[in-house]
Design a protein around this ligand. Structure first.
Ligand code: FAD
Length: 571
């Protein structure tokens, strides 16, 4: 049902066979707020920046060993600086993979699990580290042999979207019309394919003031296409609308957030990392890049830290000598000329005593007004991928990837071959749907989820296939995260603009320089690992510039192009 798959991957030209025309060039996550080609920046043979030799070995604190912190630390290390990484819990952050204890090779991705191929900066690191990826079994995706959509007790089985009743095609057509009529969807995608940054900015800057105060729901309800179609279409759209489905818990969020996703195909052509998403941050931690500045061959983040990051940070303040003093929860305090924070930014006031004068008051407002989504996932391991068994009566698979308006909302089926244990992600939910699970134990969650599935698949004994203990997570309950990922509400554009552009500090007083924010919640695409990577690269630029380094000739960085391509101010 996605509107973004009109040119399926298999129709794209084979790499190397002929030059892609602009119409066939891939969509990248070239964010319209700042359409800077981070993938080109990363691919430049002379690197990202130059640091003068007298600065080699200078320590820079990086708070958080999630993807953003590790990209930041890895790139600082390559430039000859000495990143000092602090982590409150696990390396990987929200790229967290859990193993089922009785079969450690069988894994569950508790946070990020499916990564759009348009996220070119993210895949720069996946490819660099030689990680294998596979198509993710999203609803109606080529890797998904069947999908069931169950709404108001009515069940629809589909091998491809063509099998669905006309009603769902009308819903898809209404969304396509709504974004084309109201948000220049096709023109924006053409400009993104062509990397025509002037055109992207022209289209987006015109839309921003019109859309900033509009909710996602308000946008579709006001569109002619959905007005004509009626409420049932809006309701079904909320369940199966595009890409991964289940977007109605995003209805109160700003429509700008949704447009950024669909323009850049972030909802489409997802791949998973074989063995689990956490392999990416772990590989970054252990990787020893060759030929790097200053450090001997074989140096990695792990070797610079003797195997383990420092502990949780509980205070950041300016020291009497001008350094930024970072104190750990157990008391050790170290001074740095620059600090990068990559934890969710709410934590800077709730869990880390961050001296107020380090940030302008308007930035604190932006941090405090941030809106985070809740999210819950519950996984069980099963003895084998029994869902591929064919029901002799119907000729269909006994269980399918499922979208439903029941408690579960979305059930995913994940396997690694026929004769091995497999995994069911019984339920993946956001916001209100996630809050319904928050106070329940894992066992209570699983019982209710199985009950829902029994109503959809009567006679299929899922429970008899379950082995081992369930694995469940509610990100909002974890004090090191306090939420799953940010999602801006209407009117929040100004806050996001302040957070995103803070890495360029030339207009700040000296007393507020040297501390940089990164992480997906600082990006314009929170909830996508691409934003964790790209804001990490912004922070690297900020640190190098702050310490006295310079850009590589011919490879301008995000700070050089921010004024030209960056987010505009609204009033
Ligand atoms: C449920 C869920 C589903 C998602 N699905 C997808 C998806 O399918 N595709 C996708 O691209 N992205 C997805 N994401 C988003 C993706 O996981 C994030 O964008 C990415 O992992 C964020 O990385 P980060 O480094 O910015 O932040 P984090 O991963 O949050 O890293 C910050 C780190 O800071 C640490 N920290 C916190 N407090 C302190 C302290 N006081 N001292 C030291 N360290 C501290 C934390 O422990 C953490 O390790 C999902 C996220 C969630 C939660």
């Amino acid at each position: 049902m996605t509107i973004a798959t009109e040119l399926p991957a298999e129709q794209s030209p084979e790499p190397g066979t002929r030059k892609a025309t602009p119409a066939e060039a891939p969509i990248t996550m070239l964010n319209p707020d700042f359409p800077f080609s981070y993938d080109h920046y990363l691919a430049h043979p002379d690197g990202l920046a130059v640091v003068p030799p007298e600065l080699y070995g200078t320590e820079v604190a990086v708070i958080g060993a999630g993807l953003s912190g590790l990209v930041t630390a890895y790139e600082l290390m390559k430039l000859g600086l000495r990143p000092v990484v602090y982590e409150a819990d696990q390396i990987g952050g929200r790229l967290r993979t859990a193993s089922f204890p009785s079969a450690p090779g069988v894994v569950a991705d508790l946070g990020g699990m499916r990564f759009p191929v348009s996220g070119k900066a993210f895949y720069h690191y996946v490819d660099l580290l030689g990680l294998d990826t596979q198509d993710f079994p999203n609803p109606l995706a080529p890797a998904t042999s069947s999908t069931v959509i169950e709404l108001a007790g009515k069940k629809h089985y589909a091998a491809t979207s063509a099998d669905l009743p006309d009603f769902f095609h009308e819903v898809a057509a209404a969304w396509k019309a709504a974004v084309n009529d109201g948000a220049a969807f096709q023109e924006m995608q053409d400009a993104i394919r062509a990397r025509d940054t002037a055109r992207i900015k022209e289209l987006w800057n015109e839309l921003l003031p019109l859309m900033d105060e509009q909710t996602f729901y308000g946008f579709i309800a006001a569109s002619n296409a959905f007005k004509e179609a009626g409420f049932a279409h809006r309701e079904a759209f909320g369940q199966v609308g595009f890409g991964t489905g289940g977007w109605d818990t995003d209805f109160p969020n700003s429509i700008l957030e949704i447009l950024r996703v669909v323009y850049t195909d972030a909802d489409d052509q997802h791949r998973l990392i074989s063995g689990g998403a956490q392999r990416l941050p772990e590989a970054l931690w252990h990787h020893a890049p060759s030929g790097i500045t200053h450090w001997p061959e074989g140096t990695s983040l792990a070797s610079l830290h003797s195997g383990s990051p420092r502990g949780a940070v509980d205070r950041i303040q300016r020291g009497s000598n001008g350094d930024l003093m970072v104190r750990e929860r157990w008391g050790r305090e170290t001074g740095y000329p620059a600090v990068v924070t990559t934890c969710q930014s709410w934590l800077l006031s709730t869990r880390i005593h961050t001296e107020e004068s380090l940030f302008p008051a308007e930035l604190w407002t932006a941090i405090e007004r941030s809106h985070y989504m809740q999210s819950s996932k519950t996984f069980v391991m099963v003895d084998r991928p029994f869902w591929k068994d064919i029901d002799p009566e119907t000729g269909r698979e006994v269980l399918s990837m499922t979208l439903t308006d029941r408690l579960n909302r979305a059930t995913y089926l994940l396997d690694d071959g026929p004769d091995k244990p497999a995994v069911i992600l019984l339920s993946y939910t956001w916001n209100d749907d996630a809050l319904k699970w928050l106070s329940l134990t894992a066992e209570e969650r699983v019982k209710l989820m199985l009950h829902s599935l029994e109503q959809i698949y009567p006679g299929v004994d899922i429970a008899s296939h379950i082995v081992g203990q369930p694995i469940t997570v509610s990100w909002e309950a974890d004090p090191n995260f306090m939420g799953a990922f940010k999602a801006n509400l209407p009117g929040h554009y100004r806050y996001q603009q302040r957070l995103f552009t803070h890495f360029k500090q030339d207009k700040l007083p000296d007393s507020q320089r040297g501390i940089f924010l990164a992480g997906d919640d600082v990006s314009f695409t929170a909830g996508w690992a691409e934003g964790a990577v790209t804001t990490g690269l912004n922070a690297v630029w900020g640190v190098v510039n702050h310490l006295g380094g310079s850009p590589v000739p011919g490879n301008p960085g995000p700070g050089e192009l921010l004024d030209e391509l960056g987010p505009i101010s609204l009033d």
